[in-house]
Design a protein around this ligand. Structure first.
Ligand code: SF4
Length: 346
């Protein structure tokens, strides 16, 4: 799509904006609150001012589909062992230097790397492949919130669940609408200092924490948290302890926490991959802080990927990487002692 040659008749007008002075537009979808002059895109690239209106040019234009294991999102307590129809669009509202998906999030939307797919067609694809859920993933679904709402509404009518994989960097009012048909989310908590968020992701921590508290206390959405550990940036035991303590105090002991391994990518090629010992250490710190379900990812570590009963210690769901090896849950309860395990299992 050539920005100089855009046909607004084919584009969808966005929600969440207001006109400001001198024909500018203020986008109120995420806490970046971009102000755009005529013809300009916002930071995320796929929301643009044309003729004094904000258009969402990612609407109906996914960059591709895949049937992923739900464990890849990662979600360990949501329909384990199932596939999820997964897609994203171009663009992103964060600027993570370590982006592990940058070929999509930094892509420009053009006819060669995007498809045309209506909300109805996305849901039809999920049905065709017997996928019990749809994941809005690869880039951040916040920036294509209008498309999320339209797809997820139809999916829910059809009995298909909706999973948002997100950084949680979204405006308070907009998120009520974007998440209204969501069943599950995985939220990246990318670090636990404002320094890291400001310098490495070009966003801020406090808005992400606000989304986590909102998810826990004002919605019924099942959610899990992921922290990608980058050597020397956000992996100190002190920072992991502060993150774990915050989760325990503000979200309780039952929100699953995933520590995943970084690999050198995008603008962070100078760091090595995360050692397994760092992941194991982080898992122990979080377990010691009282969080009941702590996992490691992007490595082979069967112990760190197994779900254990917090009461009797039985290994309930054994995994290796994204594969479920065995499942000893019975109707969401421990097959040995009957303790209810939090999550969505049917
Ligand atoms: S959604 Fe995009 S255009 Fe809107 S404020 Fe965020 S980055 Fe800017």
């Amino acid at each position: 799509m050539n920005l100089n040659n855009i046909n607004t008749d084919e584009m969808k007008i966005a929600k969440w904006w207001e006109p400001t002075e001198k024909n500018k537009i203020l986008c109120t979808l995420c806490p970046r609150y971009c102000k755009m002059s005529e013809g300009q895109p916002g930071f995320c690239y796929i929301r643009q001012n044309h003729g004094g209106k904000l258009y969402t040019i990612g609407y109906g234009r996914p960059t591709g589909f895949a049937l992923d294991p739900i464990e890849k999102k990662p979600l360990s307590h949501f329909l384990p062992g199932t596939k999820v129809l997964s897609f994203g669009t171009a663009g992103c509202n964060l600027g993570c230097k370590f982006c592990q998906n940058w070929s999509i999030s930094k892509a420009k939307l053009d006819d060669s790397n995007s498809l045309e797919c209506s909300p109805e067609e996305v849901v039809m694809l999920a049905k065709k492949y017997n996928s019990p859920s749809i994941a809005y993933t690869y880039n951040d679904p916040t920036i294509f919130g209008e498309y999320v709402i339209d797809i997820s509404r139809i999916a829910r009518e059809e009995g298909i669940k909706n999973v948002l994989v997100t950084a949680g960097y979204i405006d308070k009012e907009a998120r009520k609408e974007v998440y209204q048909f969501a069943d599950a989310a995985n939220v990246d908590l990318k670090g636990f200092t404002e320094r890291f968020y400001n310098k490495i992701t070009f966003s801020n921590l406090k808005d992400v924490l606000d989304t986590l508290v909102w998810l826990k206390h004002e919605t019924d959405i099942w959610f899990e948290i992921t922290t990608l550990l980058i050597p020397g940036e956000n992996d100190s035991p002190e920072e992991i302890k502060r993150e774990s303590d915050w989760i325990f105090e503000n979200l309780g002991d039952s929100v699953p926490l995933h520590f995943t391994a970084f690999h050198p990518d995008f603008r962070m090629m100078d760091k090595g991959p995360t050692p397994s010992s760092t992941l194991k250490c982080a898992r122990k710190i979080a377990l010691d802080a009282g969080i009941k379900f702590v996992y490691v990812g992007n490595v082979h570590d069967r112990e760190g990927q197994t779900t254990y009963c917090p009461n009797c210690g039985t290994a309930l769901i054994k995994r290796d990487w994204h594969s479920v090896l065995s499942n000893n849950l019975r109707n969401g309860e421990c097959g040995k002692c009957g303790t209810k395990i939090p999550g969505v299992f049917n």
